[in-house]
Design a protein around this ligand. Structure first.
Ligand code: HEC
Ligand code: HEC
Length: 339
């Protein structure tokens, strides 16, 4: 527990003296107390209506791992967003309460603090709003929100964190805000690629550096762009000639959005197999083959996905580069979050 906090005062609070955290002398508690923002990242902006505090973060952390959220008492957010896998899931599509099959692959949850919109088609505007989706989805928790909140509000520890973190009793507002605040601290920026970005020239070996060149020459970096490795826009990558899951069209009813999905970050991508919105590609090699073969030629396919002449060595180097995006320290930290 103590490893999450830098100051001894905060540690004492973490050990149970929750009410003292509500006094005016409470030491300021910020994201840096949990997970320092890497120096080469964009500025961390906290939503004005959901500032971080320690009780809120603890409540969010416990809720994230709480299996009482599932209708059968055996499913938590972490069942589908597994810390060991950078909060993604090894199932092709996620399995909800009672093992019922969903329709999409659970995305990794990293650096959500900088993500402007959520879900595969990008239709959810904030982490706060996102929480309601899995709770009521029959393919996920399948719960009545009012009944779930009523059940969880019987938990005395949750009530005490709620009073302390929000100055009110446990309710749906508290649940969504605390889960969002917790998820904003899932910050991953400690991969070898990050070390290289920060000026450590020997952090990547020769094959990985060649792979970075391939990543740029194939224009991968125009969509998986910047330090977050996503433009957060939706694109059709030509995975199918006919999409059963129409992607962003569900939101816009614009036919040019059929099959368009939000660019996922590639951070920790070697840990998050299988790939794509439906988990249809099992390995990174399969994803690379998809891109270089040029896709299915769907009418909405982005022009940057087109047949490419590459050698087997180029493909191997590209995959080697993708492996440098794994942040081992993050995964160890994430695994320790389990209460
Ligand atoms: C049954 C599996 C399952 C459970 C349980 C689940 N999720 Fe998810 N989660 C998914 C899937 C699948 C998606 C993709 C949804 C989509 O695109 O329509 C997703 C998407 C998300 C996203 C958006 C990520 C992004 O990059 O767009 C967030 C955030 C998230 N879940 C958080 C949570 C939280 C918090 C909980 C617990 C309250 C939770 N999830 C429970 C499967 C699950
Ligand atoms: C036109 C924008 C664009 C380009 C160019 C592009 N990608 Fe993607 N990438 C996406 C989108 C959008 C998805 C999600 C597609 C889906 O879910 O079906 C994706 C998915 C992926 C995934 C799966 C990630 C996951 O978590 O499921 C990997 C890996 C990947 N791309 C790597 C690459 C590589 C390597 C290249 C260059 C050869 C590349 N991408 C070029 C937009 C792009």
């Amino acid at each position: 527990m103590a490893r999450f906090f830098s100051s001894p005062v905060v540690c004492a609070l973490a050990l149970g003296a929750w009410w003292t955290a509500c006094t005016p002398e409470e030491p300021p508690f910020a994201v840096d107390d949990v997970r320092p923002v890497p120096a080469h990242f964009p500025t961390y902006i906290e939503p004005e209506d959901n500032p971080m505090n320690e009780a809120k973060w603890e409540l969010g952390r416990h809720l994230f791992f709480d299996e009482r959220l599932g209708a059968d008492g055996a499913l938590s957010c972490a069942s589908c967003h597994v810390p060991e896998m950078a909060f993604a899931d090894s199932s092709r599509v996620s399995l909800g309460t009672g093992g019922i099959q969903g329709v999409r692959n659970a995305p990794a949850l990293v650096n959500g603090a900088w993500q402007p919109r959520f879900h595969r088609e990008g239709g959810v505007p904030s982490l706060e709003a996102q929480v309601l989706a899995p709770i009521q989805d029959p393919m996920e928790f399948d719960r009545d929100l009012v009944a779930l909140v009523e059940e969880l509000s019987q938990d005395e520890q949750y009530q005490s964190w709620s009073e302390c973190g929000f100055g009110r009793g446990f309710d749906a507002y508290v649940m969504t805000r605390s889960l969002a605040a917790f998820q904003r601290t899932l910050i991953s920026g400690g991969s070898r690629y990050d070390a290289w970005l920060q000026g450590n020239a020997s952090a990547l070996n020769a094959a990985e550096l060649r792979g970075l060149d391939v990543f740029e020459s194939l224009e991968c970096n125009s969509c998986h762009s910047g330090v977050l490795l996503s433009d957060f826009e939706t694109h059709n990558t030509g995975l199918y000639a006919n999409y059963d899951d129409v992607g962003a069209y569900r939101l816009t009813f614009d036919s040019s959005d059929i099959g368009a999905f939000q660019t996922p970050t590639l951070r920790n991508v070697a840990l998050t197999s299988p790939y794509m919105f439906d988990g249809s590609l099992p390995a990174l090699e399969d994803v690379v083959d998809h891109y270089v073969s040029g896709g299915t030629g769907h009418p909405n396919q982005d022009e940057r996905v087109r047949p490419r002449t590459v050698t087997d060595q180029d493909k191997a180097d590209l995959v080697a580069f993708l492996h440098t995006l794994s942040d081992e320290e993050f995964v160890v930290w994430a695994t320790d979050l389990r209460p």
